[in-house]
Design a protein around this ligand. Structure first.
Ligand SMILES: [Zn+2]
Length: 269
């Protein structure tokens, strides 16, 4: 289930509130209110390559989800460290984009030109290479995630291994929701990219977008990166986290999944 669908399922009480003439204030505004019911899941992409901001991200004062690329120099080290610090680990699977350099993809990429059996082999190898992975998301992938043949194989392997999928939504033509629903793979989706432009100003604006999104839904998934914007994004997140904590709790992706899928995920490595 994507976070939007999850929000829709969980949000009927809020929908009633917002339709009323005098909507109730958010729970966090009430004196003596219990812990905020809204959830922010930070996902940090591109671990595995010693990218800038790796340590700063791992040391953020909240739990998040580390998306680790397979077959890179620090794939194993980053996954081990992030797991030891209590973060969730997912495979950050390199997938073919419509635009972009082949060198940005990294080893073992899923290309739409590959035959079925080679796609399956690459997805299985990627999962085996990232210790403690309980889910998967796409690195780039605007072409691959809109290809139904390719995504059916990727998501079928996720299903067999008990992994959920986070659709980074790099393409508005993504077929991931349709195929994941057909196969019964637990699905989440990205709501806000924090650092598609590498400036403090942009990242802080995207954090403001996140705050707006939180007024509309119970949970929000945001994606940031280590690497080129890593120091900027980790710095802005560190500054923003204390204020955000008064509005929402920070969770790992596995905490946004329905209980049945969580139980399945916990059986994984
Ligand atoms: Zn990536």
């Amino acid at each position: 289930m994507c976070s939007m669908m999850l929000a829709a399922a969980l949000g009927s009480a809020f929908a009633l509130g917002s339709a009323a003439a005098h909507p109730l204030p958010p729970a966090s505004d009430l004196p003596g209110a219990p812990a905020p019911q809204r959830h922010i899941a930070i996902v940090i992409d591109d671990f595995g390559n010693g990218g800038k901001g790796t340590e700063e991200m791992l040391n953020l004062p909240v739990k998040f989800t580390a998306a680790v690329m397979p077959f890179l120099p620090s794939t194993h080290k980053d996954a081990e460290m992030a797991h030891a610090m209590g973060h969730d680990i997912i495979v950050h699977l390199p997938m073919e984009p419509i635009r972009g350099k082949a060198s940005w993809l990294g080893p073992g990429a899923i290309l739409t030109s590959l035959p079925d059996d080679e796609i399956r082999r690459r997805v299985e190898a990627a999962i085996a290479d990232v210790p403690y992975a309980i889910g998967m998301n796409n690195h780039m992938g605007s072409r691959a995630t809109s290809d139904e043949r390719v995504m059916r194989i990727v998501l079928q392997v996720c299903k067999e291994k008990g992994l959920f999928f986070l659709d980074s939504r790099t393409s508005w033509k993504t077929v991931v929701p349709k195929v994941a629903r057909e196969l019964g793979v637990p699905l989440l989706q990205n709501d806000v990219f924090l650092d598609d432009i590498y400036t403090r100003r942009h990242v802080s604006r995207q954090i403001a977008v996140l705050r707006q999104e939180l007024k509309k839904r119970d949970s929000c998934v945001v994606i940031g990166h280590v690497g080129a914007p890593g120091l900027i994004t980790s710095g802005e997140l560190k500054n923003a986290i204390p204020a955000l904590q008064s509005e929402a709790s920070f969770v790992r992706l596995s905490e946004l999944l329905p209980a049945a899928s969580r139980a399945q995920g916990s059986k994984q490595r």
